[in-house]
Each structure stands twice: as structure tokens, then as C-alpha cells.
Design a protein around this ligand. Structure first.
Ligand code: NAD
Ligand code: ZN
Length: 336
């Protein structure tokens, strides 16, 4: 049982979803080795009920259904003081630097709790933290009326596709290596969903733009081949939002990809606090983005090995785990 400080709330976890970053941790790749502070309980996407409050906490109420912003920020640095807390260099991430949500209970600062409507599906409530990455990435470049390429149709890429469509993109193209995910991407609104290893995705997308290339690249794979192709397909003067983690240094043609193209590059980290959360609330509650189809599998938390094996296989969208399987908002899966 985690202990709470005076500014914390204790949350009984109802649902906790697996992020691509958890997969980096599960594989214990170079990024994980450099960033995760052990020993730690991992997991940073969650929804749950507030069951106890620290001495200084006046809200949220006990019994509230909440989700969590996973970035715990310092409030002292120049970035925090200028409303750019997502860039706080003193950030501690729940489930990376401090105990997280793959557990029955988690302690989080009260200010990191985001109160959900009580009727919100638990799996959707849990994945909002991750949806926020997609919404943040899509909102930084201008997508309205423009042709957008999303490289990597993992859960974040798929939610980015739906968001770009909701925000008025003229067309959204995507690439991935998983047939399952390409089908899901098409269901979520992608105009073209292509596997670059089995078809000439680059030519097909270039042709779809009349040879000009795309206005906006949303890089959601972290794969060097996808990054290179995405930049080749970027129009001169285009905008790029980079979100996928490469996990290691990569080779990249800066000259032709960025400099001679006059491209504008945005690094995307976390969510803007709390603009992104408000935007998400609006996108979800207006029905502009329906996240239900993104949740493809549910598991009891005890079966996390099966859940991670499924994530590794790529034959899934968002995978959600339930410490108490009796509250699961859909049938539980049995593995890949
Ligand atoms: P994911 O690993 O499930 O998705 C990545 C997708 O890229 C996979 O579906 C994979 O098949 C695809 N891919 C691999 N090689 C490819 C290629 N050559 N061409 C096209 N697609 C290819 O991860 P996710 O949960 O969707 O997250 C996306 C990325 O964003 C991950 O790297 C994750 O670590 C990162 N991330 C970053 C932030 C941030 O704040 N910047 C936050 C969350 C996640
Ligand atoms: Zn700070």
C-alpha cells in the first residue's frame, strides 16, 4: 500500500492501459536503462477512484473517478513559471521515476488528478493520458485543410489519425508494418493505410498528393526508416511533429530533410497542462473522436505477461488491464 504525502491522493486503480513507453521498459532497451529509476512500480496510464486525501488536499472529492497526468512538475523552474510545465526539467514521471499504476493502489499529487465524468468508460478514461500525446502532436502543426502523413499506426498514431480528421485535415495517410493496425487505422479514418515493406507506400502517397508531398508529418513510430520516408514525403515549407522515440541515436539527413526544405520541426513531449486535457475533453464529449474502437483488448492485471506479449505482437490497438477484473468494461482477452 503506497503512503501518501500531504499534497497527494490515494487512488484505487480501476483500469490501467499499456503505453508504447511501457513496452520500451518491458524490453529494458537503452532508453529504459537510461531513464527508469529502479526499483519502481511501472504504469502511468490510469483511471481510478480517490479513496484517501493528504492533509492539504481539498479536491478532488473522495469517491471521484479520476485519470492522471503522469508528469509531476516542480512549479519552480522558468518553464513551470511560464505555463510550459510539460517542459519542466525536474519532471518526475509516474511509473518511470516514482511508483505507478500497474497496481491496486497508486499515490499521486492531487494536482495531477483529472476528474472524469462518472459515466466515462473506464478503458477510455485510462487511455486519455496517451490520447493526450496524440492530441498535443496534432494541435501543434496546422492540420486543418491540409494533407497529413502519420508514420506509425500504433495506438498513438491511430488516435492521431482520428484527431487530425476531427480537426479538419483534408487527407490523412498512414504507414505501419502491422496489418491489424493498418486495418484499425482505416477504420479510424485514414484515407490510405499502407505497409511500406509490402507495397511502394512512398510512391502511392506521393501520387496522392499530386507529386507535391504532404503538408504535415506526424512521426509516431520512432523507426529510422519511417522517419526517413516521412521527411522525403514532406513538402518544402512543411511542418513536422516528432513524437516516436528512437531509443538510440540515429543517422539522419539534416540537409535535404530539414534545411533545404525550410521545414519546421516540433518536438512533442507529454501534454500541455492543462490545455491538452481540456481539448481532449471536448473532442471526446462532443463525439468528434470516438476512442472506443481503439480499445481492442482487456486483461486482468494478473495476466500482464499476456497483455505485453500481445502488445509486442502488434496485433492490437490499446490494451487495458484491470486490477479487479469484475469492473472491466468489456470481455477479457486470453493472449495473442
Ligand atoms: P507503438 O510502439 O505501439 O507504435 C509504433 C508503431 O510504429 C508500431 O505499430 C510499429 O509497427 C510501427 N512501425 C515500426 N516500424 C515502422 C516503419 N518502418 N514504418 C511504419 N511504421 C513502423 O507505440 P505507441 O504507443 O503508438 O507510441 C508511439 C511512439 O511514441 C513510441 O515510440 C512511444 O515510445 C512514443 N511516445 C512518446 C511520447 C512523448 O511524449 N514524446 C509519449 C508517448 C509515447
Ligand atoms: Zn518545473
Amino acid at each position: 500500500m503506497p503512503t501518501i504525502g500531504p499534497d497527494d491522493v490515494l487512488v484505487e486503480v480501476r483500469a490501467t492501459s499499456i503505453c508504447g513507453t511501457d513496452l520500451h521498459i518491458y524490453r529494458w532497451d537503452p532508453w529504459a536503462r537510461d531513464h527508469v529509476v529502479t526499483p519502481v512500480t511501472v504504469g502511468h496510464e490510469l483511471t481510478g477512484v480517490v479513496v484517501e486525501r493528504g492533509a492539504n488536499v481539498t479536491e478532488p472529492d473522495i469517491g471521484s473517478l479520476i485519470s492522471a497526468e503522469s508528469h509531476v512538475i516542480c512549479h519552480r523552474c522558468n518553464w513551470c513559471r511560464t505555463c510550459q510545465g510539460h517542459l519542466c526539467p525536474n519532471t518526475e514521471i509516474i511509473g518511470v521515476h516514482r511508483d505507478g499504476a500497474f497496481a491496486e493502489y497508486v499515490a499521486i499529487p492531487a494536482e495531477n488528478a483529472w476528474v472524469d465524468p462518472p459515466d466515462m468508460a473506464l478503458s477510455v478514461a485510462s487511455l486519455q493520458e496517451n490520447f493526450g500525446n496524440a492530441v498535443h502532436a496534432v494541435s501543434v502543426p496546422e492540420v486543418s485543410g491540409r494533407k497529413v502523413l502519420v508514420t506509425g499506426a500504433g495506438p498513438v498514431g491511430i488516435m492521431a489519425i482520428a484527431t487530425a480528421k476531427a480537426l479538419g485535415a483534408r487527407a490523412v495517410y498512414t504507414t505501419d508494418l502491422s496489418e491489424y493496425r493498418l486495418e484499425l487505422a482505416a477504420k479510424m479514418g485514414a484515407d490510405l493505410a499502407l505497409d511500406p515493406t509490402s507495397e511502394d507506400a512512398e510512391t502511392i502517397i506521393r501520387d496522392a498528393t499530386g507529386g507535391a508531398g504532404v503538408d504535415v508529418l506526424l512521426e509516431m513510430s520512432g523507426a529510422p526508416a519511417a522517419i526517413a520516408m516521412g521527411f522525403r514525403l514532406l513538402k518544402p515549407g512543411g511542418e513536422v511533429a516528432l513524437l516516436g522515440l528512437t531509443s538510440r541515436s540515429i543517422e539522419f539527413d539534416l540537409d535535404d530533410s530539414i534545411i533545404f526544405k525550410g521545414a519546421t520541426i516540433h518536438g512533442i513531449v507529454g501534454r500541455r497542462m492543462w490545455e491538452t486535457w481540456l481539448e481532449m475533453r471536448g473532442l471526446i464529449r462532443s463525439g468528434a473522436v470516438d476512442l472506443a474502437p481503439v480499445v481492442t483488448h482487456r486483461f486482468a492485471l494478473d495476466d500482464y505477461h499476456d497483455a505485453f506479449a500481445l502488445m509486442e505482437s502488434g496485433r492490437c490497438g490499446k490494451v487495458v488491464m484491470f486490477p479487479d477484473p469484475s469492473v472491466a468494461d468489456g470481455p477479457l482477452g486470453t493472449g495473442p
